[in-house]
Design a protein around this ligand. Sequence first.
Ligand SMILES: Cc1ncc(COP(=O)(O)O)c(C=O)c1O
Length: 396
Amino acid sequence: MQAAANPIAERISTISVSSTMRVSAEAERLRSAGGDVVDFGAGEPDFPTPDNIKQAAIRAIEQNFTKYTATGGTAELKKAICERHRLDFGTDYKPAECMVSVGGKHAIFNLTQALVNAGDEVVIPSPYWVTYKDVVNFAGGRCVFVETDEDLGFAVTAAHIERHLSPRTRMVIVNSPSNPSGAVADRAEFEKILRLTSERGIYLMTDECYCHFLYGSAPFSIASMPGVKDTVLVAGSLSKTYAMTGWRIGFALAPEPVVGAMMKLQSHSTSNPVSISQKAAVEALRGPQDSVAAMLAEYRRRRDFVVARLRQIPGVRCAEPQGAFYAYPNVSVAMGANGIRNTLEFSERLLAEEQVAVVPGEAFGTEQHVRISYATSMKELDRGLERLHRFIVRHS
Ligand SMILES: Cc1ncc(COP(=O)(O)O)c(C=O)c1O
């Protein structure tokens, strides 16, 4: 038997394994070997999916709603998504401008594949969610990273973006609240960014994955501004809002031709999102919303605890996250002269020496930070931060 000369297609070399998943896998390996691991790596709610949503899925199975559906999601679900977005943000999307995908990540993948040509530039504020880089590279685009200011809590401004626009810019991606920093774009700045992109015919993708988890301001969508539907692309997800990460339901709200293009792609890859999850998603969007407020209240309590506790560690700085459920402390005090060369090494040694899993900042485009997910219990936060404190003091 002769092995293929180039066993893997070249385009796969443009992407790398998600480092968030790598940390979780290593933490899982240690745990199954009997280790007492505190996992701050996971980017998902620790709450169960609310019961009314689970019951809707059970009904879907009992009623044999278990076959293929329309590629871009059922009419019922697309309508429910548009209605929810209108109620929450005052937008006016029609089902024809909506497409349901297998999670928000898939919606972002579809949008990028449908819109980015080889050589197009995509402007991405840094720190950024890992996936943007890989999906843009996979489409043959070129990422243009925009450094934000740690002293301003990493919030992106129009001035940051403007400096990086060029005739080749195809798209700007704004993720507010941000994974990994929890930064929230100031509304006036976001509107300025919109003006910059819409007057140049550049797409503005707004990743609203964490849009309901805001600590200091009301939920807002840039898509609610008048006359913006030609260039604004909403990437949405039910994963975090309704603690439904495993159900894999996300969506895009976009101009009809863009939806048509994504539909072509999806029809040849996943076909439709899971029928049962779609029924559950309708219930999530139309049913009681109090679980969202309850989760937010709990995240706020944890955010306050985590930030205060991190700031007790000598030399550690931590911008206060304004949304999502991540803290992004600067741990450079334990690097450089002290033998730890970068945050990847920091994370590996923290896991090996103290059995605490965090995600290295290099995965998100910065060199002095680690991401701590506080979507875990207060008890785990307390234990893990105690160990982190010990580790940093030992290595400073
Ligand atoms: C910023 C951001 N966008 C989108 C997603 C996609 O989530 P999902 O594919 O579970 O809907 C995530 C998940 O971690 C995220 O952090």
